[in-house]
Design a protein around this ligand. Structure first.
Ligand code: ZN
Length: 248
């Protein structure tokens, strides 16, 4: 199976469409979505329509999806994220809200090899930022490979069980193919489609090939100015538009 792995789209239709053009039907066997379809960006309904049309083989909700759907309050968000969450709640169509409400909680086992989650297999809202988080996540994961999102940073981490339980934590930059050699347990984050935070404004996604045991993290240019202008025109907080330009 070749899984198209999408995470943290954040209502950025321009970025999502560029990714779907770079990874057309036929270049993968099924789509996997790791949550945060909405929040921050200006096109939540369009993005959810596009995701539904992909008929993902697996999907989990993100923290922004929960707040937008009214399942959780925006209390823990910073003021900018709170304003964006309030805007998103008002902008959702009834169909979109119902879809978001019904999104399953992670982690979820996908097949014999792969588990998926938004934050971490420890908890759907937990971040994996470094070796320690990765070690806890690898211990909690029920499969050899766990795909995660939430940090908006393309990452792979491996646990070498045959050696001193050392966790190898790696931030991916640009296009990167990582092979999951036998005997190890892996975590992989494809990066964020709609709000990259690693200093590279290009949209990020990945294709994971279960037979080759390889994940290909990729970056694709998209009309960032268009996404920026949509945010400004919608009356969303300005910093959300500016950060897209810088990939921060
Ligand atoms: Zn996110």
């Amino acid at each position: 199976m070749r899984y198209l792995v999408l995470s943290d789209i954040h209502a950025n239709i321009d970025a999502l469409d560029a990714v779907l053009e770079a990874a057309p039907p036929g270049s993968y066997d099924g789509a996997v979505v790791l949550g945060d379809l909405v929040g921050y960006g200006a096109e939540p309904n369009l993005v959810v329509d596009r995701v539904r049309a992909l008929s993902p083989v697996a999907i989990v909700r993100g923290n922004h999806d929960k707040v937008a759907a009214g399942l959780e309050s925006a209390e823990g968000f910073n003021p900018t994220a709170q304003r964006s969450a309030a805007w998103t709640r008002d902008a959702l169509s009834r169909e979109t809200r119902e879809y978001l409400v019904a999104l399953p909680e992670g982690p979820r086992v996908l097949d014999d090899l792969v588990e998926i989650c938004h934050g971490s297999p420890v908890d759907e809202d937990t971040y994996i930022f470094g070796e320690l988080d990765a070690a806890e996540a690898l211990a909690a994961s029920r499969r050899r490979v766990c795909l995660f999102g939430h940090t908006h940073l393309p990452t792979t981490a491996a646990l070498d069980a045959s050696r001193s339980l050392e966790v190898l934590f790696h931030r991916a930059h640009g296009d990167q193919r990582v092979t999951f050699s036998d005997g190890r347990r892996y975590l992989a984050n494809p990066g964020s489609v709609g709000q990259p935070r690693d200093g590279d404004p290009r949209a990020a996604f990945a294709v994971f090939d279960t037979e080759a045991l390889a994940i290909h993290i990729q970056r694709v240019e998209y009309p960032v100015e268009q996404a920026r202008d949509r945010i400004l025109a919608a009356g969303l907080p300005k910093p959300l538009a500016i950060r897209l330009m810088h990939g921060r």
